[in-house]
Ligand binder design. Sequence first.
Ligand code: FE2
Ligand code: FE2
Length: 368
Amino acid sequence: MAQASYSAEQLAIRQQENSMISPGRLRPAPGKQDLHDRYWPPVTPFGGLGGDLARFLALPVSGQASALVALRHDPDEHGRVLHEYLSVIYAYLFGYRDGPCTDATDDDLEISILTGKITLERELVDYWLADRPIPDFINQLDAADYLDEFAESNPGVTHPLFDFLRDEATNDQIARFLQCEVVRNEVVDDEVALLVTGLQGSQKAVTAANLWDECGRGRLENFHTYWLRELLQATEGWESLTQFRMTFPWFARITSNVFAALLTRPAHKLMAYGCFLLSESWVEPHFRRILDGMERAGITDNGIRIYFAAHVAIDPRHSRELSDGIRAQRPLLTPAKVQQVVRGAHLASAAGVWQFDRMLGYLRSFPD
Ligand SMILES: [Fe+2]
Ligand SMILES: [Fe+2]
């Protein structure tokens, strides 16, 4: 029997002629309208730079660098300044309403913000988050195998913060941790969107697929950030999160700031990829412990649990795809690029341990 044969052109058209947005998907599902009507991320409009940051940005570059060097003797104060300043700068770069110059341009201010960004990130990546030696790889296959192994063995995976949440945390401590988790994850879809730019071939394909998952594969109620909306709704937490942001602990921004620093510096793009691979890989062991802790504390509401339960199921695939994206990458990554991916994963691990250590101390003393 004769087989239907298609030209290359017809095959390409057939593969993409159907929309990935099926009819009706661009409207919220019944009963979900109220949550979609809210601005996301749940931040209030920009209210000014703050005196310390404004003074820092007004310094010449050499003065900014010296001011940061002078803080090195106190890693926590050093970290606080770096992360508090950078979080304002990343609010600007992500373009949401809590950032400066996201409603209207201001050339002078934006020039000073971008200059300060480079000074702060230099200090963050090269000094505050100083690298320990990392193994040398010149081949992307060896590096991908190593990253799979490192993803399971690095010290952030089994950090005691997550055993504490599983075994000991009170309902108040869990509630406070969840607020920090909402802020940490509220713009992950945009972080992944930034990761897509500048990648090639298989790495771009797996990252774009990850972004499509983040965007609910076109279903508004399956955006991963929508599950955070559900968490806030189920905990009646919209207003209290706004209040909490006024005193938000700087160390809860470490991992997202480090990722943003790598994402927004073109020469660090492959470090950002390694950083993301590592952070996807520890989601499953961390979120399992969080879910077990909720169970122990009697938190069974699906609206609170869905973000964590869904990621336990999805993220092991995401991390596999990210390491396969390295294996399949063509053109082959140069040894320098291979090394950047590995370095990014190590920076993610170091940033995670910094954050988890301080978060554990903070929660243990909460609500004192
Ligand atoms: Fe996600
Ligand atoms: Fe993911």
